[in-house]
Design a protein around this ligand. Structure first.
Ligand SMILES: [Zn+2]
Length: 276
């Protein structure tokens, strides 16, 4: 696999220009910001260039704007982006737990800053008024809680297992309450999973928690779901419309009177997460 660190290029290496960066193998193209996604592959690397109005770079955490619809001169969006090419490439990194190489523009050239995991992705209207795709990247050392191992993207999988465990462990009292109210039945399919310890369901946040979505951990932002429907909701395959119908399934959300879902949360999900 060409993913992971480039041999003989330590983190922190600075290249004077894009040509030198390309020749190193870290990021071959001289123009494109995303590389390595051809043939439907997960992307291999990205370059953060300054001046893109929608990018947010806080070091260990990056909100990266996908490709397309951008004026190369000004860096501004002049058209909607599509979910294709490098944007799908970065989404594949997220789904498969494969990290991307991140290179930053620095005053004296381009600096290779190591591997980042694509933690999530969604779409929104950018500052210039056009649809953009967004990718939350987290530095590998931070996201995996351990030291990085060069050239072994397969190491990303333990992190994903850990994450799904934490999803349950970190659950708040209000999340547990929602599951109890629904007696652990999925609000989409009605399925209840019996496990040796009793019943199992997951509390799914409609508007995601944490940066940059900052969804609330409140009952009106939580659904009781089976793991399958939790993933489909998180990834934007299903959503809930203004009539509380699960789309595109066309089935009503299984509701109980004491648990009312917030319209502002389903609106957010429908416009930002649904059908990436
Ligand atoms: Zn279900």
């Amino acid at each position: 696999l060409p993913h992971g660190h480039t041999p003989k290029v330590p983190i922190g290496t600075v290249f004077p220009d894009r040509r030198a960066l390309g020749a190193s193998g870290v990021h071959p193209p001289f123009q494109a910001g995303i590389y390595g996604y051809s043939g439907g592959q997960p992307a291999e690397s990205i370059v953060l260039s300054e001046g893109y109005v929608d990018d947010v770079d806080s070091g260990d955490e990056i909100i990266y704007t996908g490709q397309g619809g951008r004026d190369p001169e000004s860096g501004r969006q002049v058209a909607d982006q599509s979910f294709d090419r490098g944007n799908i490439g970065l989404a594949r990194c997220c789904e498969q737990g494969i990290p991307v190489r991140v290179t930053r523009r620095v005053p004296n050239g381009y600096r290779y800053d190591g591997l980042y995991q694509v933690e999530s992705y969604w779409h929104e209207t950018g500052r210039d008024g056009f649809r953009i795709y967004r990718f939350k990247l987290v530095a590998e050392d931070r996201s995996r809680d351990g030291s990085h191992t060069p050239n072994s993207p397969g190491n990303a999988s333990p992190r994903r297992v850990e994450q799904s465990t934490l999803r349950v462990v970190r659950e708040s009292a209000v999340a547990r309450q929602v599951k109890l109210l629904h007696r652990y039945a999925c609000q989409v399919c009605g399925e209840t999973l019996g496990v040796p310890g009793g019943l199992y369901a997951e509390a799914a946040h409609i508007r995601p928690l944490g940066r940059p979505h900052n969804g609330p951990d409140t009952m009106d932002n939580i659904l009781c779901l089976c793991p399958n429907h939790h993933v489909l909701l998180d990834r934007g395959s299903i959503t809930v419309d203004s009539q509380n119908i699960v789309q595109p399934l066309g089935t009503p959300l299984r509701a109980i009177q004491v648990h009312v879902v917030g319209q502002q949360n389903t609106d957010y999900h429908r416009t930002r997460i649904y059908k990436i």
